[in-house]
Structure formats: C-alpha cells, structure tokens
Design a protein. Structure first.
Length: 138
C-alpha cells in the first residue's frame, strides 16, 4: 500500500495542515506576547488609576487565555474567533487611548509610543490570521 503525503500540496483554495498550524502558532505567540506586555504594565497603570490597572490585568488574562486555547487544536470551534475578538478589541483600545481617550479610564488622549504601535500592529495581523482560521471550515 502506498501512502501519499498531501500536507505539502493542498487542494486548490485549501491551506495545508502545516500552514494552518503555523498560523495557529502565530496567533498564539502574538496573543501571549501581548499578554506579557499588558501584564508588565499593570503596576504602572494601577498607580495612575485602579480602574486602568484592572483593565490591563483583564486584558492580559484574556490574551493569555486565547493564546493557550488557540494553540490547542481541540478548540477549533471557538478559539480562533475568540482570539480575533480579543486581539482586535485590545488594538482598538490602544487606538482610542491615543486619539479620543477611553471613557471611564483615560479622559485625555495619551502620546503614541513605539511599544504600543508595534504590539497593536502585531495584534491586528494576528487577528486577521485568527479570522481566517475561524472561517476556514465555514
């Protein structure tokens, strides 16, 4: 009996299994990295405002959760979509905090910073990959 490995030559319009795995790793890695950035900023933001510090802690926890869940293939049904929502919400919160402020958290826009721009850009890219992963079986 001959076994043919088709993982490197997917059907037209279908992404191969290895590429799907790589995208899952990308989403998980970006979510985990962003979770680390947000967790590291919790103490600084707690000094500024308790609500802001708690918001950073919640964002870190949500990002860590979707990082772990996205990496586990058994969570195909919900993890990529949840990751896309969390990543996009986090990037949108950064954008709002720099343009209009965040109601209840930041009254005046803050200065744009390199770490925030890089982190938010990676979150948007990973969210796009997560959207694709969540829609691939639709």
């Amino acid at each position: 009996m001959t076994v043919v490995d088709t993982s490197r030559t997917p059907l037209p319009g279908v992404l191969g299994g290895r590429r799907v795995t790589r995208l899952r790793y990308l989403v998980a890695l970006v979510a985990a990295g962003s979770a680390g950035v947000h967790a590291a900023l919790v103490p600084e933001h707690l000094h500024e405002s308790t609500a802001l510090g708690v918001a950073f802690a919640v964002a870190a926890a949500a990002l860590a959760l979707v990082a772990v869940a996205t990496r586990a293939p058994r969570h195909d049904t919900w993890a990529p979509a949840a990751a896309a929502v969390v990543l996009l919400a986090t990037a949108a919160a950064y954008l709002l905090s720099r343009t209009t402020g965040l109601p209840g958290l930041i009254t005046d826009p803050e200065e744009v910073d390199l770490l925030g721009v890089v982190t938010s850009s990676a979150e948007v890219v990973a969210a796009a990959a997560a959207v694709w992963l969540s829609r691939r079986d639709s």
